[in-house]
Design a protein around this ligand. Structure first.
Ligand code: AMP
Length: 289
């Protein structure tokens, strides 16, 4: 595995790879790897000839009150984990490589960036879209790998790839979970032990929602009320939002039909956790009387 910090160097290496007709899979990350990140790398290794992973904690996607400074970073640990997965290139640019002095250009995926997490994290998805667009222009991958864990990020980046004609495929990889159901996240390490014990209620509530929807409950209001009640009764988590929306457009659904995303954000102490499930329901047949 090569660790590369310069854009020029990375482009040089990748041009040679492309000239040989090889395909490139790309996994953008903020590092502090866990099994979720590794599952994206494994998928890229299976599908493509060369796997590029980037580690960059992007200041543009953190709000002024958020955890940019204390976001966990450990390049030694990350590079040893990536090496074990046979990652070919680890791209680790520094801030001045990514945002040169006088930087002016940002990408705004309208509407869907403003809803769900976007309501509470203004500017977050503008930062995400901008850094991913930059990285795609640097790497030029054939396939971009994203985790379902960040469902709104998937919707925003798919819209950006479509609207700006990036010549690549987006592949979404299922959420990796701890044995008790908690979605893996670099931020789980912030959780106090009491909160860590309570946090699996999020996935229990989402699974219960899935069961209810599958067995015929199509009222978004009822599903959301059930999720809120479970979280309130079984934990000290403070709910930021629970939403039932269309998976791609993120439009709110009153009646649950088609491609449904049930997503939530909950604070345990100062740690904000997100999770979601996707449910596909075929449109109900109209019965003629
Ligand atoms: P991050 O380092 O948190 O920005 O995540 C980098 C990539 O890993 C994103 O595409 C995430 O959606 C994905 N990811 C994060 N956590 C998980 C998880 N538990 N399961 C699957 N993918 C994940």
């Amino acid at each position: 595995m090569r660790i590369i910090t310069s854009i020029t160097q990375l482009r040089k290496v990748l041009n040679q790879v492309r000239r040989k007709g090889k395909t490139i899979g790309f996994v953008p990350t903020m590092g502090y790897f866990h099994e979720g990140h590794l599952s994206l790398m494994r998928q890229a290794k299976r599908d493509t000839d060369l796997c590029v992973v980037s580690i960059y904690v992007n200041p543009a996607q953190f709000g002024p009150q958020e955890d940019f400074k204390k976001y966990p970073r450990d390049l030694k640990r990350d590079s040893s984990m990536a090496r074990k997965e046979n990652v070919d290139i680890l791209f680790v640019p520094s801030d001045n490589v990514i945002y040169s002095e006088g930087y002016l250009t940002y990408i705004d995926v309208e509407k869907i960036s403003q809803w769900l997490c976007g309501r509470f994290r203004p500017g977050h998805f503008k930062g995400v879209a901008t850094i991913v667009a930059k990285l795609l222009n640097i790497v030029w991958p054939d396939v971009l790998y994203l985790g379902q864990k960040d469902a709104q990020q998937v919707a925003v980046l798919k819209a950006m790839v479509r609207d700006l004609n990036f010549p690549l495929k987006v592949k979404v990889v299922a959420t990796k979970r701890e044995a008790d159901g908690l979605a893996m996240s670099s931020r789980n390490k912030y959780l106090l032990s009491d909160h860590r014990r309570q946090a699996p209620v999020l996935y229990r509530a989402l699974q219960q929602a899935r069961r209810m929807v599958k067995s015929g409950e199509h009222s978004s209001a009822k599903i959301k009320a059930m999720i809120q009640s479970m979280i309130k009764h079984q934990s000290s988590g403070k709910i930021q939002y629970v939403a039932c929306v269309h998976t791609d457009t993120l439009q709110e659904l009153k009646t649950l039909e088609g491609k449904i995303l049930i997503a939530l954000a909950v604070f345990f102490g100062k740690t904000r956790l997100i999770d979601n499930v996707v449910i596909r329901l075929h449109a109900r047949k109209q019965h003629k009387s």
